[in-house]
Design a protein around this ligand. Sequence first.
Ligand SMILES: Nc1ncnc2c1ncn2[C@@H]1O[C@H](COP(=O)(O)OP(=O)(O)O)[C@@H](O)[C@H]1O
Ligand SMILES: N[C@@H](CC(=O)OP(=O)(O)O)C(=O)O
Length: 439
Amino acid sequence: MKKVVKFGGSSLASAQQFSKVKSIITADKHRRYVIPSAPGKRFSGDTKVTDMLYDCYDTAVSGSNFEEKLDKIHERYNEIIEGLHLDLSLDKEFDKIYEYFKNGAGVNYAASRGEYLNGIIMANYLGFEFIDAAEVIFFDEDGEFDSEKTNNILSLRLEKTDCAVIPGFYGAMPNGTIKTFSRGGSDITGSIVARAVKADLYENWTDVSGFLVTDPHIVENPEPIEIITYRELRELAYMGASVLHDEAIFPVRREGIPINIKNTNDPSAPGTLIVESTCKKPKYTITGIAGKKGFASVNLEKDRMNTEIGFGRRVLSVFEENGLSFEHMPSGIDTMSVFVQQSDFEEKEQKILAGLHRSVDPDFLEIHSNIALIAVVGRGMKSTEGTAGKLFAALAKEDINIRMIDQGSSELNIIIGVNEKDFEKATRAIYHVFITASR
Ligand SMILES: Nc1ncnc2c1ncn2[C@@H]1O[C@H](COP(=O)(O)OP(=O)(O)O)[C@@H](O)[C@H]1O
Ligand SMILES: N[C@@H](CC(=O)OP(=O)(O)O)C(=O)O
């Protein structure tokens, strides 16, 4: 039996957290492949090492003195090494990093050092082999993750390795330079390693007792989800449930490997099991609620729009020509709205409006900004009548104006758009009606 275990930054922020991690690993001999993130926040208001590295590298690139900032990062690692009483020095590594920063090694290289150094400490502490992710995780010429090359090389390498530490978050480009995944990407590395060794389980250790029905910053003590499917999870992770990177399910899904989200600070809690499919009846109609702020909508009106062949295609071409992807596109007989990420849209808005006038000549065109999207997700929604009615009644009771409704064709989710100021209130109202009031 083989288990791949990924520990997030919150589980590796200090020597004390490292020692909890070692107890977890040694408690189960099947926990053989370890993916560490960089040290995270030790307390609220603290700074993650990854953010310190980005900041330090920015300073280096601007030509200013960055020594003090790099020393602060070095101190964070020394604090861990000393706290664990390890016979290990990272002095040579930091000398090298200093030189690389001075010579403009790139922001990806800079950010990756957080996991790289933590991997060296972890391997030393556990007595496991250290494998630099740059030797086993690969990106192609376009910077896309090269899944087949990685899987071939990584599986061969790990076949010969009983126990190893492989740092998360980065890999190498074909020319050997370092490239990182997007933020939170150590979750993806864990999933890639689990696929390569055909693991029985991918354990993802964090600071909460599983995937919670909703963000604990919005609802106090939300219930953990006992079991959730990959599809449900992807919807929630994409819509902002930050506990797992939304791309992390793809490698394990190919091999049908379950993911178990576990709490380093409460290892005996069962956490959340993420599976391909389950016959277990969900406890509630909905499985989870997640959402994000920062969307804008472009609303078009034109008489007899529905009879104009190619109207939708021409609208979307304008977005495509401007390099923008869209999130949702609800439409009526004579109306259509396109939802986009506001931050990407802002700099291109006038070009897009002009493009729309030219290509579809609408009767009316307007932009709404500062919209939050909330996804209500659940495999149980399909078989439960009145879910949408219950949802809208709960929002109406709280005087929340719904700007958009989109039900996915799989009936797995309902997405609603609300004003950003109503985001938290709406999430709490949905949690209350489907969870608290259904107990
Ligand atoms: N639905 C959710 N379930 C669990 N945690 C969530 C959810 N939504 C947001 N979070 C936040 O995600 C955090 C864990 O993710 P992250 O900070 O990336 O952890 P790690 O450092 O272990 O990688 C939790 O502390 C919690 O605040
Ligand atoms: N350290 C990286 C990658 C990562 O996955 O971190 P964490 O597991 O702490 O979310 C980041 O901060 O984005």
